[in-house]
Design a protein around this ligand. Structure first.
Ligand SMILES: *Cc1c(COP(=O)(O)O)cnc(C)c1O
Length: 400
């Protein structure tokens, strides 16, 4: 039996995705399944395919695949590139690394710009590399907008400017799996060629749907690209979508949910959604700073609005803390990934969440730190509360 039914009260799912699903979306998904070749489905699909564009800030097609976000990574690469093509990727953290490993397996020639996993992708570093590539051998630049493992964001507008500054024609591909519906994303204005997303993070849906916004330039590239593709191919999908259908059975239930999620985001207003995430991230950081623990992201410019990664002091194990917090308080925290395993934990503050839920989560962390014997100062929750209470009183927020 899942936690939610064996233990009283809400399970606190504070990992950076999957995130809690709002009741409105759960209810929308409880609709009976439709004939996916029938007129009612066609109406739903046409509406969803049109409205989802508002979330990407695009007028161009958004493709929906029944897969996790990883499927849209593959779709972006295989539809636009050919074997041996050179791609420039950035090692922002574990997800940057996994995407790069996929590109290697697909037969692309990857070049990996290293970071210390404590900042986002830096536009000046990308610009310097592209400037050397006078022959335009690099066919795509791939960046993760929010590196979920490290809690560092990248600034896609700056990366677009960097590419423009050296007039480099490479495709720009952006992983927004944990940032769509969390922070600003302008597919058209920033001239992104492939924007990759997944259902289970900022979009507040269960896992199982990937989303991919594409540009006219990407579609043009797909006509000559030679990498093998089938399930994730764009041509059949685009042709079917034009009539509100899919080349194979779509994830009908998730489409009901997506329809509702789009409405929820637009009712709150995307700018308000982004501001809420910024507030919750700042609330979390106030607590971490008061505890005297280390925010893993080392430069405030790159602080993530979606997730905060927190290092535990040397000689202490972040997984012991996570296990204790789960058993004792029914709260799931994110683990440290790859080289951060055991050394850091993550608090997700994205999706369907608010101040009091987050304060509850921070309370569980503060008690967990105490019980796990991890050295810290008390008063993290108090500092977070003070910040939350000060919102709406800008003078007080500044003084804090
Ligand atoms: C979660 C995540 C992925 C992987 O997505 P799946 O849906 O698990 O395939 C990739 N990139 C980022 C930034 C993520 O947060």
């Amino acid at each position: 039996m899942p936690n939610s039914t064996t233990r009283a009260g809400r399970h606190f799912l504070q990992i950076p995705g999957p995130t809690p699903v709002p009741d409105r979306i759960m209810n929308a998904m409880s609709e009976q399944i439709l004939d996916h070749r029938g007129p009612a489905f066609q109406k739903l699909a046409k509406r969803v395919l049109a409205n989802v564009k508002t979330i990407f800030k695009t007028e161009n097609p958004v493709l929906l695949f029944p897969s996790s976000g990883t499927g849209a990574w593959e779709s972006a690469l295989t539809n636009t590139l050919s074997p041996g093509d050179q791609v420039l990727m950035v090692e922002t953290g574990q997800f940057g690394l996994l995407w790069k490993q996929m590109a290697d397996r697909l037969g692309l020639k990857t070049e990996f710009l290293a970071t210390d996993w404590r900042v986002g992708a830096e536009a000046n570093v990308i610009e310097a590399r592209l400037r050397q590539d006078t022959a335009h051998a690099i066919k795509a630049v791939c960046v993760v907008q929010n590196e979920t493992s490290t809690g560092c964001r990248s600034w896609i507008d700056e990366i677009r400017q960097a590419m423009d500054a050296v007039k480099h024609p490479a495709l720009l591909m952006v992983d927004t799996i944990s940032s769509l519906g969390v922070m600003d994303l302008r597919h058209d204005e920033w001239r992104i060629d492939c924007t990759i997303a997944g259902s289970q993070k900022g979009l507040m849906l269960p896992p199982g749907l990937s989303l991919l916004a594409i540009s006219p330039k990407a579609i043009e590239a797909s006509k000559t690209a030679k990498l093998a593709r089938s399930y994730f191919a764009w041509d059949d999908m685009l042709a079917n979508n034009a009539n509100g259908f899919f080349p194979y059975t779509p994830a009908t239930g998730l489409l009901y949910g997506l329809d509702e999620a789009i409405d929820m985001l637009n009712e709150e207003g995307l700018e308000n959604v982004f501001a809420r995430h910024e507030r919750l991230a700042e609330t979390t950081r106030r607590a971490v700073q008061a505890w005297g623990l280390e925010i893993w992201c080392r430069d405030p410019k790159y602080y993530s609005p979606a997730v905060t990664t927190i290092a535990v002091p040397e000689g202490h194990n972040s997984d012991a803390l996570r296990t204790l917090v789960l058993e004792r308080f029914n709260m799931a925290l994110g683990s440290g990934l790859n080289k951060l395993a055991g050394k850091a934990f993550r608090i997700g503050h994205l999706g369907y969440t608010n101040e009091l839920t987050l304060l509850g989560a921070l309370t569980g962390v503060e008690m967990g730190l105490e019980l796990a014997g991890i050295p810290h100062r008390k008063g993290g929750v108090a500092a977070a509360m003070e910040y939350v209470a000060s919102i709406g009183r800008p003078e007080a927020a500044k003084a804090a």
